[in-house]
Design a protein around this ligand. Structure first.
Ligand code: TTP
Length: 355
């Protein structure tokens, strides 16, 4: 039986900003782009959330909901620094650490001697140290696997901890809404609801074969998770599946000519970012993403040819974009360009090289 912690900072960027300027404490603040430049909210303090302000919401809408909202420009260097400090604290308690983002990580503390081996006490000690040393709060979930630990860290958020001991897993999942399962978005939740499935308890009553028929490979995972089973290991090195660059434009791009003209700077930035991972991955596909004025979006991808053209060939990206844009044929607010990646030293390649 494993002991997994999921640690997640509360309103991370906003909390760091409030720490830097204590006059902001207790006030509705957000970090994001300015309303004039059609920015969006990255995150907001819990005071701002009372007004309905949410991540990914247009800043102009956030200001309508909460006229006193203070919107601060993001300072990623600062957040990266705090993130590094958090990880240093984690390393005192676990060898196996899997960061999910700057403010979130899984820790496997199964064999740890700290705190008499109590995972809940370890979680409390980590929370206390982060509060004392970094002046921000984090929430923690403690459970026998990653799925449940992540659900648990959300349970008493903000500044809370929640433990799901192994002998309570069966009871806990019965009433847990399926929407809490990673990967169950609005569409899957609706499909499941149409089958009469709202909680994991409901899901347990559906035959695996039926789930597999309906959801393919994911069906089997759904069936396991519904019973509180999740064997995924905590991986300190995660495989990156893609790399991309996106930009939201201050003004909508009216037509395809404009869209194509906007592509080059994105590809340039993509190339720059790719150099950071080029030793470990090679691209398998190019893709483009378009978000139209009405927020509908589309993506289109194409295998990277073996004819030797550059991965960043702008003509290839242009053709993709030209094929994708007519799907909506509307003014565009956001464009993205990216590459799907394959690890360079995948197991298969290692095996091949043996022969
Ligand atoms: P989250 O952990 O999703 O959320 P949070 O830390 O803001 O708040 P809480 O967990 O208490 O609900 O995101 C971590 C950081 O990632 C967040 O502080 C800002 C950034 N972020 C974005 O830039 N855009 C987004 O849409 C989201 C959800 C987060």
């Amino acid at each position: 039986m494993r002991k997994i912690l999921h640690i997640d900072a509360d309103s991370f960027y906003a909390s760091v900003e409030a720490r830097e300027d204590p006059t902001l404490l207790g006030r509705p603040i957000a970090v994001g782009g300015s309303a004039q430049r059609r920015g969006v909210i990255a995150t907001s303090s819990y005071e701002a959330r009372k007004f309905g302000v949410r991540s990914a919401m247009a800043s102009s809408r956030a200001l309508t909901l909460c006229p006193d909202l203070i919107i601060l420009a993001p300072r990623f260097e600062l957040y990266r620094e705090v993130s590094g400090q958090m990880q240093r604290i984690f390393r005192g308690y676990a060898d196996l650490i899997e960061p999910l983002s700057l403010d979130e990580a899984f820790l496997d503390v199964t064999g740890s001697d700290c705190c008499n081996g109590s995972a809940t006490l370890i979680a409390q000690e980590i929370r206390q140290r982060i509060k004392n040393e970094l002046q921000i709060t984090v929430s923690a979930g403690v459970a026998p696997n990653k799925f449940l630990a992540k659900v648990a860290s959300d349970w008493n958020k903000p500044d809370g901890v929640f433990t799901i001991p192994p002998d309570q897993v069966a009871d806990f999942v019965l009433d847990l809404p399926v929407s809490k399962i990673n990967g169950v978005g609005k569409v899957t939740a609706k499909n499941l609801a149409a089958m009469g499935v709202v909680t994991c308890g409901d899901l347990q009553r559906v035959l695996v074969a039926d789930l597999a028929k309906r959801f393919g490979k994911y069906g089997r995972r759904l069936s396991e998770v519904a019973r509180g089973v999740d064997d995924r290991p905590v991986q300190s090195w995660r495989i990156r599946k893609s790399i991309s660059v996106e930009n939201t434009y201050a003004e909508d791009i009216a037509n395809l000519v404009g869209v194509l003209a906007a592509l080059d700077p994105l590809i340039e930035e993509l190339e720059r970012r790719f150099t950071k991972v080029e030793k470990s991955y090679f691209p398998t596909k190019r893709f483009v993403k378009i978000k139209y004025r009405d927020f509908s979006q589309t993506t289109l991808e194409q295998s990277v040819g073996s004819s030797g053209e550059s991965w960043f060939d702008s003509e290839q990206f242009r053709q993709l974009m030209a094929a994708a844009w007519p799907r909506g044929a509307k003014p565009v607010r956001l464009l993205g360009a990216g590459l799907r990646l394959q690890p360079l030293r995948s197991k298969e390649q290692a095996q091949l090289s043996l022969f």
